[in-house]
Design a protein around this ligand. Structure first.
Ligand code: DAH
Length: 345
């Protein structure tokens, strides 16, 4: 065997071994370039064959061509194998529907909030808005809760580090949506019908029934000869439409500075139909709202003549309504961000 034939055989061996070990298409391409490229080792060797003496050239040339064909075939074969690895050779059906991207939905509190807005706007109530960072005046004073009044203790709040000219802290995170009452009276005068929904803040330790941040709805109606009967009719309608069933209502006296008389509104328990269960503490009734007839001082603060007009007001937590509607027993679930909880709505 000529040394050229030897060289060819050795190179062939080397190439085949290395092709076999290529881990991916990229490596395979590199090898192809290294051996078969324009300046590839095999290419150069094949060129040398042309310079051999004529006697040797024929036989060596034949071998060289065979080797090149063999290597090219091997390349194709390995390329196919590596391609298969990528596509796993599984049947791919492009007509199948794709994987759906999970889409979110409205938070249960937002759903209840929107329900309430629909119910009240259909009864001619405006949807009112008010600031969450509120002056001491609109949150307390204008609502007949003077600075030193013990009624302030009912709503411990977060004061903001801001003082008025007298050196008193005068800004709070609103403790209720009742802050919108006097703002609305000033803006729209009487007669007036509106609800304000939004976030409120309390300096409160949290437990199953208490949160430091929650949502409220406040209702206000001012007109001539407004009485408790109007309040009850509106609340009955709200309960009926929000809970999809009629509920009994009863009123008990309650103290809120901004109403006179003030009442606590209780609703027959929807979960046990008034028979008594843990949710209603076995009484058959659940306390749902604070309400009453707007105090003359509050009407006055809103620039409305209390001799001509009267009004009712009510307020409650939207969480409380949602808990009753869906039978939820822990208020903390609403703001927990727990998807297992949220996905149920
Ligand atoms: N603002 C009261 C609270 O947060 C709820 C309330 C009670 C609102 C009586 C009213 C009302 O409008 O008349 O506890």
């Amino acid at each position: 065997m000529t040394s050229m034939k030897n060289k060819l055989q050795n190179l062939k061996q080397e190439i085949l071994e290395r092709l076999e070990k290529a881990a991916d298409i990229l490596q395979l391409q590199e090898l192809e370039e290294k051996y078969l490229g324009r300046k590839g080792e095999l290419t150069l060797l094949l060129k040398e064959v042309g310079n051999l003496p004529a006697a040797e050239r024929k036989e060596t040339g034949k071998l060289a061509n065979e080797i090149r064909t063999e290597i090219k075939q091997k390349l194709i074969e390995i390329k196919k194998k590596l391609d298969k690895n990528i596509h796993n050779d599984e049947f791919f059906d492009a007509t199948l529907p794709g994987t759906k991207i999970a889409s979110g939905h409205l938070h249960p509190l937002t759903q209840v909030q929107r329900d309430l807005e629909k119910i009240f706007s259909s009864m001619g109530f405006m949807i009112l808005d008010g600031p969450e960072l509120e002056s001491d005046y609109y949150n307390f004073e204008a609502l007949n809760i003077p600075k030193s009044h013990p009624a302030r203790d009912m709503q411990d709040t977060f004061y903001i580090n801001h003082k008025n000219k007298q050196g008193e802290y005068d800004m709070v995170m609103r403790t209720h949506t009742s802050n919108v009452q006097v703002r609305a009276m000033e803006k729209y005068g009487a007669p007036l019908r509106g609800v304000a929904l939004g976030k409120i803040y309390r300096n409160e330790a949290t437990d199953q029934r208490h949160e430091h941040t929650f949502y409220q709805i406040e209702g206000l109606m001012v007109d001539k000869d407004i009485s408790i009967a109007h309040l009850m009719a509106v609340l009955r309608e709200m309960f009926k439409r929000l809970f999809d069933q009629s509920a009994n209502i009863r009123l008990r006296p309650g103290f809120f500075s901004f109403v006179e008389p003030g009442v606590e509104v209780e609703m027959s328990c929807l979960l046990c139909k008034g028979k008594g269960c843990p949710v209603c503490k076995r009484t058959g009734w659940v306390e749902m709202l604070g309400a009453g007839l707007v105090h003359p001082n509050v009407l006055r603060a809103g620039g409305i003549d209390s001799k001509i007009y009267s009004g009712f007001a009510f307020g409650t937590g939207i969480e409380r309504l949602a808990m009753m509607k869906y039978g939820i027993d822990d208020i903390r679930l609403f703001h927990s961000g727990d998807l297992y909880f949220l996905k149920q709505f």
